[in-house]
Design a protein around this ligand. Sequence first.
Ligand code: PLP
Length: 466
Amino acid sequence: MHFDEIMERLGRVVNTPVKPIPEEALQKEREIFYKKHAKSLELFEEAKNYIPGGVEHNLATTKPFPLAMDRAKGYRMWDVDGNEYVDYLLCGAPIILGHHYDPLDNEVIKTIKEKGPSTGLTSEFEILAAKKICEHMPSVERVRFLQSGTEADMAALRIARAYTGRNKVVKVEGSYHGWYDTYVMNLHIPGTGGLNSKGIPPSAYEHLLEVKPNDFEGLEKIFKEYGDDIACMVLEPVGGESGVHPVHPDWNKRCRELCTDHGALLIFDEVVTGFRLDMGGAQKYFGINPDLTVLGKIVAHGYPSAGAVAGKAEIMDICGESMGNKPYLGGTLAANPITCCACYHAIRLIEETDAVAKSTAFADRLVSELNQLFATRPDLPFFLYNFGPIIHYVTTGFFAVDITGPQAMEVFRRKDVAEEYQMVASNQGINSLAGTRMYTCLQHDEEALQRTLAAWEYILSLIPKA
Ligand SMILES: Cc1ncc(COP(=O)(O)O)c(C=O)c1O
C-alpha cells in the first residue's frame, strides 16, 4: 500500500470512534480466556513473587494476564495449557525460517557438543558470521558483535561520536532503539516526551535532538541550527517502531543527504529489517547506504546473545585501534561460538530457502485477504499494510493518535479496545505483537492463513454493525 493511502486510512481510523466488543460478549470471552489459560495464570501468580510484575519481556505483557509458552515449531506455538497458536510474533522478528528449524538447530547442537558454549576468545564462526553479513549488506565492510540490539544501538552512537568528534544525535520521535538512556524519549508515540524516562538523569538528553516522523522542514531546521555538532542521525528505515509510523518514500533519502552535507553519520537501525525485509536489509530495499548499521536478535535467528554494529571500514576500523584511540565497547559473551554459528547458518539457510521472498509472498496474500474481509464491514475502518514480511494491522490506531491534540486522552481507551480484540484473537489461537503487528515466516501456509481469516471473521462478528 502506498504511503499516501496508509496515511489517509490511518487518519480515517483515528477519526472514527472506537467500536468495542459489547460488555456481555466481552465478559464471555474473558471467561473463556481464564478457563483456557489456567496454568498460565497459575505461573503468572507464582512469578509475581520472584519477578517484578511477573514477566521479564515487554512483549509478554498481554491482557488480562501474560501467557506462558511451552514450545514452538514452524509457525505453531503451544502454551503451557496446551493451546495451539498461529504465531505472528516470531520472537519479535528474528524467526524467519520458522521456529525450531531443524537444519539450524542441528548445526547449533553440533557446535555445543563439539566445542562447548564459549571460551571468551575468538572462534572461526565469528569470522564466518561477519563475512556472511558483509556479503549481503551493501554498506557493511566490518562487523562488531555485541549481545543485544540495545547494546548495538549504544555502540553505534559511541562509534559515531568517536569518529566525528561531535556529540549530538538526531532521532525520530516514536522510534525504538532499545532502552539506553539517551534513546528513551518520546517512545512508541510521538509527543509522549519523558513518559518512560523514570531513572534517567535529564543530562542524558543534553545532546539529543528529535524530529517528528516525516517532518522534512523540522529536520532541515535541526541540521541548519546544529549541523556542525551532529555526530549522527539514527532511524528505523521503514519508520518508527519499524513501520508503525510509516516512512515517507523520500524520508531516508533526505536524511542521507542532510547527514552527508553536514558530515554526520547516518545510522540505520535494522534490528527488525535486516535479513527480513531483504537479505541486504532496508538499505538494499531502499537503495540507500547508511554509514553504520545496527543489527540485533535477527543475526542469530532467535538464539541468545545477539547483536552487532556494522558499517564502512573507514569508520568501523577505529574500534580496532590501540587503547586511547578507540571507542571502548565489548562483552564477554559477545561473538560466542553458539551465537556466531547460529548467525552463519541462519543467513546461509535464509539464502538457500529463499525465506525472505516466501515470507513476503505470504504476507502480501494475508494482507490482501484480511483487507478484503475488513472491506465487508464498511462501518469499521480496520486495515493492514506491510513492508515485506512486516505487517501492521490497524484497528483502533492508538499509535497514530496525535497525543498533543484534543484526542490525547483517547489513546488509553483505544489501546484497551485493541487489547480486547487481541484477547479474543488469543482465544481463537492467533498470536501477534501488541495487537498491531504480525511477522511472517517461511512456514506460514494455507492452513495458517485460513485460521487467521476465521479468527478475524469471529472477532468482527462480535462487534455490532453500525
Ligand atoms: C528497531 C529496534 N531497535 C532496537 C531494539 C532493541 O533490541 P534488544 O531487544 O535486542 O535490546 C529493538 C527491539 O525490538 C528494535 O525493534
